[in-house]
Ligand binder design. Structure first.
Ligand code: NAP
Length: 319
């Protein structure tokens, strides 16, 4: 009998076809009712799950009898109750590295867009406001040669820092819980405390994983430490930032602008952010290119197949 695989979000069609050839595949569909109820029903005799963007924990996984692996098509795994999975001998595998450069491209896109008011001036131009040469209201911030502070110099944070260092001659500061000498040395990046990073940087990019220590890392007190010409970028997870405090900092022009890909509540349907001209809002698209999403789906597929064929997946979160 074929092993049973639950697909709990949209995944690449070629990977889905391959899964369908090798396993008994059940694709969950929000149009067929509450997804959590579907998970509770289907997980009873499932061997594996693959997908992204869904909270999986005791509430919907308790009925599982023989679940071996959840293969997430993402590097972040804050949606999963890792302790519960480990206690119940369920592997969790993720897809690091293959999305690093693409996500760093997006971080830099946000940095440049926010610094140079790209979306705002695009709208302004199309609305016929360009009647004479631009003035101070349209001026942005210089990027070349400025100081870039990275909160979370990991794979993505380092890739952002490389863009700043090699492409824009930037001076790099970083803050992590532990120093990252191997990543930092080639970039001449200086390790410092969060307060120092915030007060010294012209650009601050958040690239941490979401964990109990990074939750709400950026609040009112932190935004107050930033310079009034500084640009803040978050491509990590929305909950790393107190969004209310960010809105206040933008409204009061405590900081110049922000570029955001992630939010406390997604999808973001309405928000005070929408009425602020000095924020660039994107719909969580850090890794969303066709090539990268395919690489992620293939890696998640490989993790799943390895587990079901008795091998240890390469990218285990709880191995
Ligand atoms: P990574 O290599 O594990 O890097 C995360 C870094 O954050 C680590 O170096 C870690 O270092 C640091 N960190 C964790 N908690 C911290 C804290 N409280 N203060 C300071 N630094 C902290 O992971 P990655 O591949 O770069 O991915 C990072 C995150 O980006 C993912 O977890 C995911 O949430 C997010 N992401 C978003 C998108 C998107 O579409 N927007 C796409 C991909 C990834 P220490 O442990 O030494 O502190």
């Amino acid at each position: 009998m074929k092993q049973k695989v639950i697909v709990f979000s949209q995944i690449d069609a070629t990977v889905l076809d391959q899964l369908g050839r090798d396993y008994h595949v059940v694709v969950l569909n929000p149009k067929q009712g509450d997804i959590n109820e579907q998970i509770c029903t289907e997980v009873v005799d499932a061997d594996a799950m693959i997908g992204a963007g869904r909270l999986l924990n005791e509430t919907n996984l308790a009925p599982a009898q023989k679940l071996k692996i959840i293969s997430t098509v993402s590097v972040g795994y804050d949606n999963y109750d890792v302790d519960y999975l480990t206690k119940n001998n369920i592997w969790l595998a993720n897809t690091p590295h293959v999305l690093t450069e693409t996500t760093a491209d997006l971080a830099f896109t946000l940095l440049v867009s926010a610094a140079r008011k790209v979306p705002e001036l695009d709208r302004w131009t199309k609305q016929g406001e360009w009647k004479r040469t631009v003035g101070p209201a349209q001026f942005g911030q210089d990027i070349f040669g400025k100081t870039l502070g990275i909160i979370g110099l990991g794979n993505i944070g380092a890739a952002v820092a490389r863009r700043g260092f090699y492409g824009f001659n930037m001076n790099i500061l970083y803050h992590n819980r532990r120093e990252k000498l191997a990543l930092a040395q080639p970039l001449n990046a200086r390790y410092c405390g969060l307060d120092e990073l915030l007060s010294q940087s012209d650009f601050v990019v958040v690239a941490v994983d979401l964990n109990p220590e990074s939750k709400a890392l950026m609040g009112k007190a932190q935004f107050e430490k930033m310079q009034s010409h500084a640009v803040f970028v978050n491509i990590a997870r929305g909950s790393v930032v107190d969004e209310e405090a960010l809105v206040y900092a933008l409204q009061q022009q405590q900081i110049f602008a922000a570029g955001l890909d992630v939010y406390q509540k997604e999808p973001l349907q309405s928000s005070p952010l929408f009425s602020l001209p000095n924020v660039v809002t994107l719909p969580h698209i850090g890794s969303a290119t066709a090539e990268t999403r395919l690489k992620m789906a293939k890696l998640a597929h490989k993790n799943l197949v390895d587990a079901l064929e008795g091998r240890t997946p390469q990218y285990l979160v709880n191995g």
